[in-house]
Design a protein around this ligand. Structure first.
Ligand code: B12
Ligand code: SF4
Length: 506
């Protein structure tokens, strides 16, 4: 028998349109397993298909921060007023008492907008926010008195959300670990929650409730074989959100892959922080796939460690055809500063081994890390110049100092100041001016230009950085009250001839 309370789960824009979001898919299957009636709305993918193609660039990484600008949000909500109204109506008409929004750094503003509209039309609706962007917040930042939010679920959501729903159903106070709840004019901060230990017991994510044909990688299924990470790099909040590294058994993952394969899906993307957190499990999954003879293709993120020639061969035979590795720097000095325990020589070896086996390797590179010097930059450029033929794509990211990371907690010691209302994590300067926002952004441009030249097949992807660079410089100098320089970068942005919406929105 179904429980009395119904729940609606929402993914508001913006999120990557390539695959259905696993966060609410996991929550949905968990709740349905407990006989709770659930509706899912992925409004992100709906908006993505409702805008003209020129606007779809706002879903790209380089334009993502626009979704945090008041002007931009106003523009989108006005331009698509009817669509937004219809979403609110759908939620209200779903008959759900509890509405859960999945929050990442780009979806927060529109989730707040929608929950405000919902509350205006029916104040009895109980709004819950959960998701990766909640991590690291000081509660009251999101739970201000007038915020249209009744509760936050911080971290892993399945059990905490379910218990919260049960409390609501029974009309009890919500003393649920892992939640922060509004009680009248007070905020109750409940204690932290123990982690889910037996991931095998979680039902497989409810992907059938999503319009699978609408995602840009419509033939690919996202899959999560573990939670957490074995490392603790100091610029990263992900390992803190998931806490300890836990994994599913290889049989359990194999069952999920076989299930989707029997429905005709051949491609799988692992959304884990790393697929090689337990080599034993990775190897045994590969063996199961090889023995089964099902033909599937898969990839995911990996730490550039542990992968010797034999495991790479096995991965390839089992269908692995791409890997993304967070190499971040080839300078030992900088890796040490990042508390990233990898060896650049080993990273390079692994990249070459994968390439030679036919596994495409892309890597991440952080430029302008606190304390980075000319010598470190030269090392990175030299390695890229010499080895570009082995690397599919290099994702260049100017160093951000995100809330909740141990790097953030060190800014005082490192003599760093964070400024800027827009994208504060990116807008940091060293007090002695050895590292500044313009320097760091320029450095990333230098790398992007270098890569565009050397990796000519992906030239247009590297050139996307230009728009990010000119726009961010324009913002930066606007905030600094420097009209001459802000105008200069605005002119450069205009010259790119890619503006789809009025310039005043940036
Ligand atoms: C896979 C992934 C991607 C895939 C997305 C595939 C897809 N469409 O789903 C790709 C590679 C495309 C991607 C892109 C980006 N990503 Co990404 N991504 C991830 C990653 C590694 C895993 C996400 C995932 O599937 N997790 C598995 C699910 C089950 O976990 P979950 O969503 O967190 O949900 C759990 C809880 O959060 C909670 N929960 C979630 N929603 C809700 C809702 C309610 C109501 C409740 C109660 C609970 C709850 O319960 C869930 C189950 O326990 C995360 C890292 C991480 N921390 O996990 C980053 C992460 C989500 N990405 C991030 C970012 C910033 C991006 C980019 C914007 C930029 C970038 N770094 O590349 C781009 C997006 C732009 C674009 N167009 O590409 C950030 C978000 C930061 C933030 N503060 O919000 C993260 C956290 C990584 C990071 N720290 O930088 N990403
Ligand atoms: S390896 Fe990746 S996920 Fe793990 S702590 Fe480092 S940056 Fe975070």
């Amino acid at each position: 028998m179904l429980n009395k309370i119904k729940v609606t789960l929402v993914q508001a824009p913006v999120w990557a349109p390539n695959l259905p979001p696993l966060g609410i898919a996991y929550l949905s299957s968990f709740l349905k397993d407990k006989n709770i009636d659930v509706d899912i709305f992925d409004f992100n993918i709906e908006l993505y298909h409702s805008v003209p193609s020129a606007y779809q660039k706002f879903w790209e990484k380089e334009w993502y921060d626009c979704w945090n600008l008041e002007n931009f949000i106003q523009f989108i909500t006005n331009e698509y007023r009817e669509l937004f109204d219809s979403w609110v109506t759908k939620i209200i008409q779903s008959g759900s008492l509890i509405i859960g929004f999945s929050i990442n750094c780009g979806s927060k503003k529109l989730s707040l907008f929608l929950s405000e509209q919902i509350k205006q039309r029916d104040s009895s609706k109980y709004v819950v926010f959960g998701g990766p962007d909640l991590f690291g917040y000081k509660t009251n930042d999101l739970m201000s008195l007038d915020a249209p939010i009744d509760a936050l679920v911080v971290g892993e959501g399945e059990e905490a959300f379910y218990e919260l729903i049960l409390c609501k159903e029974k009309g009890q106070n919500i003393a649920v670990p892992g939640t922060i709840v509004r009680e009248g004019s007070d905020i109750r901060i409940n204690k932290d929650r123990a982690l889910i230990e037996k991931l095998d017991l979680l039902p497989i994510p409810d992907l059938t409730s999503f319009p699978l044909e609408k995602y840009t990688e419509r033939e690919t299924i996202p899959i999560l074989s573990s939670r957490g990470c074995i490392s603790k790099c100091n610029y990263c909040s992900d390992h803190q959100m998931w806490k300890r590294f836990r994994y599913r058994s290889s049989e359990n993952i194999f069952q999920e892959i076989s299930y989707w394969n029997s429905k005709g899906f051949k491609n799988f993307t692992f959304c884990d922080l790393l697929i090689n957190g337990s080599l034993k499990h990775l190897e045994s999954l590969c063996e199961l796939l090889i023995q089964s003879k099902i033909q599937v293709f898969w990839g995911g993120m990996a730490i550039p460690k542990f992968l010797d020639a034999s495991i790479i061969k096995k991965m390839k035979r089992a269908g692995c055809n791409w890997i993304f590795m967070g190499v971040e720097s080839f300078s030992k000095r900088i890796l040490k500063k990042m508390a990233k325990h990898i060896d650049p020589d080993e990273s390079l070896e692994i990249i070459k081994r994968c390439h030679n086996e036919g596994i495409k390797v892309s890597i991440g590179l952080i430029v302008g890390f606190p304390g980075e010097e000319a010598e470190d930059i030269a090392i990175n450029l030299a390695v890229l110049e010499k080895n570009y033929q082995y690397i599919e794509f290099v994702s260049v990211n100017p160093c951000c100092i995100n809330l909740g990371t141990s790097l953030y907690n060190q800014i005082h010691n490192l003599q760093i100041t964070l400024s800027g209302a827009i994208c504060p994590a990116l807008m940091w300067d060293a007090i002695d001016e050895t590292q500044t926002v313009p320097n760091r952004l320029f450095l990333a441009k230098l790398f992007s230009d270098f890569l565009a030249e050397h990796y000519s097949e992906r030239k247009s992807e590297y050139q996307k950085y230009d728009a990010f660079y000119y726009r961010t410089m324009y913002w930066y100098y606007q905030e600094k009250g420097n009209p001459i320089l802000s105008q200069k970068y605005l002119e450069k942005l205009k010259l790119l001839n890619i503006l789809a919406v009025p310039i005043s929105l940036y």
